[in-house]
Design a binder for this molecule. Sequence first.
Ligand code: ZN
Length: 445
Amino acid sequence: MKNLLKCAFISFFCLNLSAQTDQKIYDIIDAISADRIKSDVQTLADFGTRHTFSDTISQTRGIGAARRWIKKEFETISKNCNNCLIVFYQKDFVTKDPKKRVPHDGWIVNVVAIQKGTKYPNRYIIMSGDIDTRASDVMDFTIDAPGANDNGSGMAGAIEAARVLSKYKFESSIIYVGLSGEEQGLFGGAGLAAYAKEKGWDVIGVFNNDMIGNIEGVDGVIDNRAFRIFSEPVPPTETDKEREMRRFYGGEVDGISRQLARYVHKTTQTYMPEMNPMMVYRLDRFGRGGHHRPFNDLGFAGIRIMEAHENYTQQHQDIRLENGIKYGDTFEHVNFPYAAKLTAVNAINMASLASSPPPPKTVSIGGIVEASAKLKWDKAEGAKGYKIYWRDTTSPTWDHSRYVGDINEFTLNGIVIDNSYFGVASVGKDGYESVVVFPNSILRN
Ligand SMILES: [Zn+2]
């Protein structure tokens, strides 16, 4: 009540207050159910194998049965929210090519559920899990490959996020998707990324969830608080000119995916202080791949969210007992409260991004041989104001900020441009912020 009164009298103060935390976000965290994720991982594992080229006819085994079940789940969720989801298969055909891990011709079928935004329907934040699994031999499409953690956990997380977020309305669109063909060569992600490009989607970012349920690492560490956020430094699509600019103006660790990673890191620290988000400054694990990459390949922001401690005896393994070690990606190894936490990380970040206005398209910076840094930006539709962020060049996070209201240029007096990096975010009426935009243009006087 006190705050409401303050809001009535001093609106900018209210904005700053509401920018701190929002009860809706806590409600979303509380609504994510470890039990429902557990039940869904069990269902997914019970399809025996979900290998991309496994049986598509059976009602009980193989990827066909699995994707029909996922589609049905999304449709049920949609029924419970007045048909708020558009659910469909997005698919591409691949022909036999053993060199490309394609044992026979077949369809790569993704299951997509779109919750349309009320104000910016063409802006999309995407959460993906994977439908498909593999055992020791990536070409073996008949042997058991339950894929409880890899990636039943991420798939169940996407379904659970849909259940919870579909109870709300958001300004931007949210997509929950099960991708296929991950283990064969990131086929499903490539298919959906191309589809997004073709449709002209304005993609805010992709959260690739791949293995979000293991807390006992092969290194012996047991940790149910830490998780990793992988992001590439700069987009592979950048031009030679952009690369050359970077050499003189900085930005080696400030690409769009990195800003998305910082956003997730910050939101998690704000709303889930019990968690320990670890930003990892690389595209993915050493020499290994994931489904955010095909989106990055087309210039979209995308990150991988996953457990901090992997167990290699429980991924990509035939189920067996060997030297006293139980190999295989089975249900018993998944920690569901932890998978629920990581699902909540996705849900609150999607809710925040889908509640925020678009970021400024162009941010210019100047202040060479001066005592102050100057920033100028394009106003963004729907923004109530803007926040300038800066940090030491060696810091991974945006440590300093200043809300400057509804203007489009500002001088940070006494902050020397050489010793910090800067960025600008849009702030919406409820205090939700866009991803920070690193300057992409130079101000010259
Ligand atoms: Zn895998």
